[in-house]
Design a protein around this ligand. Sequence first.
Ligand code: ZN
Length: 163
Amino acid sequence: MKGQTGLLWAPWRSRFIYQRRPPGCIFCGGRRSGRREASRLIIRRSRHAFALLNLYPYTNGHLMVAPVRHVKEPRLLTASEWADLWSLLLDSQRLLDRVLHPHGYNIGINLGRAAGAGIPGHLHVHLVPRWEGDTNFMPIVGRTKVISEGLQALYRKLLKAQR
Ligand SMILES: [Zn+2]
């Protein structure tokens, strides 16, 4: 779509800033208060899984879908957990279709640090919307703590689109 490449800003990705990983698992939060859900950028939940915006997105709208249970490998999920996670992923894709109108998607799992997993302890599936001509961004995961206003605005937009 014309103009959509403008959505590919990701200033925090273009800098090679690395920081120490925060202790604990970012996918295993504490209590599910509304404020906490927002601070974790969680956009929706199903019975066994949840979808959240990636703080270090490859593209605008880069989501991750993770099982609630802290497991490392797909084979450790039960069939119903896996089905639930996949169905949430498809719902999330429909949501991104509606809000961002991407031309395509990358859907994938990185297992283990050697494969590029930033958080290797907790399985998560990346859902990365793609647009024609967006291939010039850096495929390097920068680790900064920046939460851009753009990300917050998109978060609110995705929540609103579900109402
Ligand atoms: Zn976890």
